[in-house]
Design a protein around this ligand. Structure first.
Ligand SMILES: [Zn+2]
Length: 342
């Protein structure tokens, strides 16, 4: 049995009875073959691109869906067979260019919040100039290049973010929903190269987080069991989970896009997760990831972090189309391979 997403049927078949039952409670999946006919004129090109004509004429497709959240991913063996590690051909010279970078001079070139700025050892906060929530600010790193990372910096960025939330809660006189997001470089939606994390404190629960909360609450009621913990157990039984410093790392079987990782933590503050987050980002960079999204939020007693690769910086096409926006995610990276590499 190969540990590959396209062999998911066999991997599930090998689970213990309990594990299989839990998998089938949360997920439903289907493996099918997509067929087509290659004209003689295309054969040379097809062999060069995909190795053989037969593989292309009969394509193995895995469709897997989380029955509760609706998370749904489609994998095609032609794509998942490629190596997960991409050596970056992209020259990152642009990342070193600091001239006219406003975030290199945050105290002069970025607005402050009404309560001032929170200063960390390696970062400082600023109000977002065009907010998408009433409390929406930035943790601007001292280091310009966002691909330069170390654990102490990540811990400081997250701690500074936590201190900013405390300031907001003092102003509001109550706790709001905390949301950390890190869009790293332009493929991920970042408009400024200089490294920064964004923070939003929202009075209204964000819709997608509320869905997850509702799923967890309904699940507890129906099965008298913890949804997040069961999600971990399912991934662990498939060999798709690891632990680091108490954090549970899931190589998500329904990734929203490439190489999605889902981290479950009992930490009370996000900065307690710094070691795990740093190691995962290191793993990403080691695989040639050039642009990523990271989100950290609370769900009941957990802190959840989600991390996803957004593709090479020199790619012109977006990684997200109508399928991802309105139907299901088309994913090339095999979570089983990802679990081996990270
Ligand atoms: Zn800068």
């Amino acid at each position: 049995m190969k540990h590959e997403i396209t062999e998911l049927d066999k991997n599930v078949e090998h689970l213990s009875l309990d594990a299989k039952e839990l998998f089938n409670r949360i997920y439903t999946f289907e493996i099918s073959i997509g067929t087509l006919g290659i004209p003689v004129e295309m054969e040379t090109w097809v062999k060069k691109m995909f190795g053989s004509v037969g593989r292309v004429e009969n394509q193995r497709i895995v469709s897997i869906k989380n029955k509760f959240t609706g998370d749904h991913s489609l994998f095609n063996q032609l794509r998942t067979d490629r190596p997960i590690e991409a050596k970056s051909a992209f020259v990152l010279e642009e990342l070193k260019e600091k001239r006219s970078c406003l975030f290199c001079m945050p105290e002069k070139q970025t607005p402050a919040d009404v309560f001032g700025r929170v200063k960390g050892k390696y970062c400082i906060t600023a109000g977002n100039i065009a907010k998408y929530d009433s409390f929406h600010s930035l943790v601007i790193f001292k280091e310009h290049n966002p691909m330069e990372l170390n654990e102490a910096w990540i811990e400081d960025y997250l701690r500074t973010g936590e201190r900013w939330f405390e300031e907001v809660f003092k102003v509001e006189k109550k706790e709001l929903q905390k949301f950390f997001l890190w869009n790293c470089l332009w493929r991920s939606g970042a408009s400024i190269i200089h490294g920064h994390i964004q923070l939003t404190a929202s009075r209204m629960r964000y819709g997608k987080l509320e869905v997850l909360e509702k799923v967890a609450a309904d699940y507890k009621r129906e099965f008298n069991s913890d949804y997040i913990d069961d999600l971990y157990r399912v991934h662990k039984s498939l060999g798709l989970a690891k632990e680091n410093e108490g954090e549970k790392i899931l190589f998500f079987v329904t990734p929203i896009k490439e190489k999605e990782i889902f981290v479950i933590s009992r930490a009370r503050r996000s900065d307690e997760m710094a070691d795990t987050i740093y190691k995962l980002l290191r793993g990403y960079l080691g695989m040639g990831v050039q642009s990523f999204n990271l989100a950290i939020f609370q769900l009941e007693d957990y802190h959840i972090a989600r991390l996803v690769d957004r593709g090479p910086l020199d790619a012109k096409t977006s990684d997200i189309g109508a399928m991802e926006l309105y139907a299901a995610s088309v994913v090339s990276s095999d979570p089983f391979k990802l679990a081996k590499v990270i």
